[in-house]
Design a protein around this ligand. Structure first.
Ligand code: PMP
Length: 443
């Protein structure tokens, strides 16, 4: 049998760090990452024959779990018709309509292949549309790895304790202003000084790349108001939250669920100018998108002067996976995931309390993560996220892994559930928590 250790050794000879995306290398938790060979529902199987409850879910896309029969059937049917045509296909409009039904403010959409492409294009579009250069992002938010946004970024950049990235020209980030998250006064002040030079604010709808951080009451709506007052665009990055925390993403969760913000027609009182989507929209295949106001989106080529293109954009197999995933993601799916999330948060909290581990469970909708040593303040921004007792995570993580639970290998990432997480899977996770909490306490 070729073991994960063998496979990792081979991979390290062939690929930097043995991986094609950094956090997979287990750099911050140590040890050999299991090499996965198959997935079914909530389960992953590795090359060594171990079976894990998967709480990564491909970092978000697998809302319905692994190998959902209906999604596989749609994908198989698409594969049988051919893999890529480099021309328009019917499924692109089908996916676009499904998105628009859920998020009506997406008047026009463009499909791309990764979340990085979506946010990169949204930034270029905002600059092209407004004729301004400055872009505002928040410390600890991750929007993919394009140069302009790779400062004070979360996710792997946070996990590896990097301030940003080598290879990004100073000139490129000179037009990126980084502000502390959840600090509306800082945003007001910046716009008072430089509002007429700012093209856009980009923000994660609810940050989940510095661990999960809930936007404070009125924070997103405040960003909407301030940008609108100054003729700047608001880009809400829902690559991670979109179609996961609510049928209409975090924007839907925070507007549709609050009847006070709906007008007579049942429309939400506010929306960002642009959204970016990824992950769930492709159901596990490489699809992402940006969408929003028609007048802004029509600044994109071929109608407008802002260029963007992609050989595999709107790929028919990926569209089929996305369409099927959104079709199967009905109210029951979201209710199930919300319930599982509440259950797991409660179990995690009681296991850590029993072991005497100071912590907060950070959550935004059904997304959650744990932050150690933060109960005094909770985590509302990147400075607080970084100040936590992150050394407690590696022993916690390995105790869970040894018990057959595959968590994201970083304290700065959210835990992902799916509608396929059944009683057997949940029982395994819950049974593993006390020993993991003890390991965290002993660190
Ligand atoms: N935005 C957010 C909020 C993300 O979480 C991510 C990836 N985790 C991205 C953008 C980048 O997406 P991708 O990895 O598909 O490039």
């Amino acid at each position: 049998m070729t073991t994960s250790a063998d496979l990792f050794a081979t991979a390290q000879r062939l690929m930097p760090g043995g991986v094609n995306s950094p956090v997979r290398a287990f750099g911050s938790v140590g040890g050999v990452p299991p090499f996965m060979v198959s997935g079914e529902g909530p389960w992953l199987r590795d090359a060594d024959g171990n079976r894990y409850v998967d709480l990564v879910c491909s970092w978000g896309p697998l809302l319905l779990g692994h190998a959902h029969p209906g999604v596989l059937e749609a994908v198989h049917a698409a594969v049988d018709r051919g893999l890529s045509f480099g021309a328009s296909t019917p499924a692109e409009a089908q996916l676009a309509e499904l998105v628009q039904q859920r998020v009506p403010a997406v008047e026009r959409i463009r499909m791309v292949s990764t979340g990085t492409e979506a946010t990169m294009t949204a930034i270029r579009l905002a600059r092209g549309f407004t004729g301004r250069d400055l872009v505002v992002k928040f410390a600890g938010c991750y929007h993919g790895h394009e140069d302009a946004l790779l400062v004070a970024a979360g996710s792997g950049v946070a996990t590896l304790s990097l301030p940003g990235s080598a290879g990004v020209p100073a000139g490129t980030v000179a037009d990126t202003v980084v502000l502390p998250y959840n600090d509306l006064a800082a945003v007001e002040q910046l716009f008072a000084e430089k509002g007429d030079r700012i093209a856009a604010i980009i923000t994660e709808a609810a940050p989940a790349n510095m661990g999960v951080v809930e936007p404070g009451d009125g924070f997103n709506a405040g960003l909407r108001r301030i940008t609108a007052d100054h003729g700047a665009l608001l880009i809400m990055d829902e690559v991670l939250t979109g179609f996961r925390v609510h049928p209409a993403g975090y924007w839907g969760l925070s507007t549709f669920n609050d009847a006070g913000t709906l007008d007579d027609a049942g429309t939400a009182a506010w929306a960002p100018d642009l959204f970016t989507f990824g992950k769930v929209i492709g159901g596990g295949l490489p699809t992402a998108a940006l969408g929003g106001r028609a007048d802004v989106m029509e600044y994109l080529a071929p109608l407008g002067p802002v260029y963007q293109a992609g050989t595999l954009s709107g790929n028919p197999v990926a569209m089929a996976a996305g369409v099927a995933t959104l079709q199967y993601a009905d109210g029951v799916v979201y209710d199930t995931i919300d319930g599982l999330s509440r259950q797991l948060q409660a179990e995690l909290r009681s296991a850590l309390d029993a072991a005497g581990v100071d912590h907060t469970i950070q959550h935004a909708g059904n997304l959650f993560s744990v932050a150690f040593g933060t109960s005094g303040t909770g985590v509302h921004d990147y400075a607080q996220a970084q100040a936590q007792e992150s050394f407690r995570f590696a022993p916690f993580f390995h105790a869970m892994l040894d018990a057959g639970v595959y968590l994201p290998p970083s304290v700065f990432e959210a835990w992902f559930l799916s509608a396929a997480h059944d009683d057997e899977a949940m029982e395994r996770v819950i049974a593993a928590l006390p020993a993991a909490a003890q390991a965290a306490a002993a660190a």
